[in-house]
Design a protein around this ligand. Structure first.
Ligand code: FES
Length: 64
């Protein structure tokens, strides 16, 4: 499923990025967006709620 259409990347890409950070490292929406889009900034911002949910879910699993 595509998360962002302005600078297309999928939920799989987001999960790969978050998994690569490991269980001890929280992430932010802006950092995740930047990495997954190849350094771009959000355009229409419609995807940010979805991205926020995915990052929030990841951060809840962070143990440190
Ligand atoms: S859909 Fe992600 S910035 Fe537009």
């Amino acid at each position: 499923m595509f998360v962002c259409l302005c600078h297309p990347f999928s939920d799989k890409t987001v999960k790969q990025h978050l998994d690569s950070k490991g269980k001890n490292c929280k992430s932010s929406v802006s950092e995740t967006y930047s990495v997954c889009s190849g350094g771009e900034k959000p355009n229409c911002c419609q995807c940010l709620e979805t991205l926020k949910d995915i990052v929030k879910t990841h951060n809840k699993t962070v143990t440190a």
